[in-house]
Design a protein around this ligand. Structure first.
Ligand code: GLN
Length: 487
């Protein structure tokens, strides 16, 4: 096995026992990026020099006897997190030359933990999309089938993990952007509860649903990363004050490779798994339904109870999301004018022209569409009819989940309605692209933790199962995800 194919858990053992160095591991990942990135286009900026220096530093810490979870582990990060001294583009022309003077809190925490940043990954411009086709720097291809999308908007981070260019990756999830690509590329993607991980340094898209997400090869690895990055942060007023749980401890209950019996009917006794009927309409791809039933059967065999529940406002999740999201985007993106780090053209007749020219050149089509939709939804005369109404319905969506969690502990749904689609298939159909979010937007609007894990194949391509938990119960969904992932 090549070193770049290791999980965090496997790499940790080898690093701690001195069998390999972080420099070996980091070099193997950098070599894989060099080899595959020209085809896949997952990484926009490779930080080879600083990565090698970081690896050497980690090796020195290891030699001194330091033993921490992520020490010496190389990772990739989505290019919408600020990284001191390293370009942050958000895959937009308007930030083409932006080098932030500060690290996002997540980056700072990972740095302190000794993780090694390999580079910054491709995304839909400002994270607007579900396919990574909306990047100003070209589409990211699915490593499993280069004619298909990797999903989005964290397509680069996800493809990076799936193609073994890194050991784990950081993404962001505003309305499915970690879970969708995880499903399309056959890996694990966690969207934590709103506020569980600090958003400081994550370029704002929809401030009321933006969260930092983790992309990894196993739920165990995901738990390890979450433990390092979670927690309250005085630099993010919306970060949750509650203490973090030991996520690794939670998944460790299924960590006994030898005597693990998945059919032990006592293993999950008492666990109530909700099967929300609005996610299983008759139009659902029958093969996806079968895969989901197989997951449910596995849980049942271990003693869990599967209960049908109803989330009646599910059909409004996508419409509500696509009013609230553009509204917040139109406000958040008002700050960009291209001055300083974009392509700003200064020879304009007046200020009005200056903005028109530079925002016109700097933003791509989807970003402009969202700015216009959002400006419209917030404008006098339409605010009540659109934005305010959407917020009211959002409350009903939240109440749906609150009610369901009175009867069940977690919810089990498909992540996406189909496997990865062909590049270009949705390009002329904005609505079809927005409908990719049909199963993932609900947890985002309600701020709930949700994870996508591989759940078999459809037409030879991976599809994901989504587990949604009550607020701040990342420990629970990670634990059940680990159980499902065990062969
Ligand atoms: N597909 C969603 C959108 O385009 C999700 C984006 C995200 O989570 N960043 O808005």
């Amino acid at each position: 096995m090549n070193l770049n194919e290791l999980t965090i858990k496997e790499a940790r053992l080898k690093l701690d026992s001195g069998k390999i160095s972080s420099l070996d591991l980091t070099s193997a990942c950098l070599a894989q990026i060099k080899k595959l990135n020209p085809d896949i286009n997952a990484v926009l900026t490779v930080c080879e020099e600083s990565a090698l220096a970081g690896a050497k530093d980690a090796d020195a810490r290891l030699k001194k006897g330091e033993r921490t979870e992520l020490l010496g582990i190389p990772y990739l990060c989505k290019d919408n997190f600020t990284t001191k001294g390293i370009r942050t583009t958000a895959a937009s022309k308007i930030l083409e030359n932006y080098i932030a003077p500060y690290d996002a809190t997540v980056i700072r925490k990972l740095k302190e933990a000794g993780a090694v940043l390999l580079g910054k990954t491709n995304l839909d411009e400002f994270a607007h999309g579900a396919s990574t086709e909306n990047s100003a720097y070209g589409v990211t291809k699915n490593p499993l089938d280069l004619s298909r999308v990797a999903g989005g908007s964290s397509g680069g981070s996800t493809a990076g993990v799936a193609a073994n260019m890194c050991i784990f990756a950081i993404g962001s999830d505003t309305g499915g952007s970690v879970r969708c690509p995880a499903s399309f590329c056959g890996i694990v993607g966690l969207k934590p509860s709103y506020g569980r991980v600090s958003r400081f340094g994550l370029l704002s898209m929809t401030s009321s649903t933006d969260v930092v997400g983790v992309l990894a090869k196993t739920p165990y690895d995901t738990a390890v990363v979450l433990k390092e990055i979670a927690g309250n942060d005085k630099l993010d007023a919306t970060s949750a004050p509650e203490k973090i749980t030991d996520y690794k401890e939670a998944v460790n209950s299924f960590d006994f490779e030898d005597d693990f019996d998945k059919n032990n009917p006592e293993l999950l006794k008492g666990l109530r798994v909700g099967w929300p009927k609005e996610y299983y309409l008759k139009e659902l791809n029958p093969e996806i339904l079968n895969n989901m039933k197989a997951v449910a059967d596995k849980l049942k065999a271990a003693g869990a109870e599967i209960k049908e529940v109803s989330l009646p406002y599910t059909k409004y999740c996508v419409p509500v999301y696509y009013i609230i999201t553009p509204s917040e985007i139109s406000s958040n993106l008002a700050r960009f004018d291209g001055i300083g780090w974009g392509l700003a053209k200064h020879e304009t007749a007046n200020l009005q022209e200056f903005y028109k020219t530079n925002r016109g050149l700097g933003f791509g089509a989807e970003t402009k569409r969202r700015i216009m939709l959002g400006t419209y939804a917030l404008s006098a005369g339409y605010y009540e009819a659109y934005y305010k109404k959407a917020q009211a319905v959002r409350t009903l969506i939240i109440e749906d989940f609150n009610k369901a969690f009175k009867d069940v502990d977690i919810l089990l749904t498909p992540t996406e309605p189909h496997p990865a689609f062909k590049i270009g298939a949705n390009s002329n159909d904005v609505l079809a692209m927005y409908l990719e979010d049909i199963f993932v937007s609900g947890a985002s609007l309600a701020g709930l933790p949700a994870i996508s894990i591989p759940a078999g194949l459809v037409d030879g391509l991976p599809v994901g199962a989504q587990l949604i938990g009550p607020r701040l119960r990342e420990d629970l969904i990670l634990k059940i995800a680990e159980f499902i992932s065990k062969k």
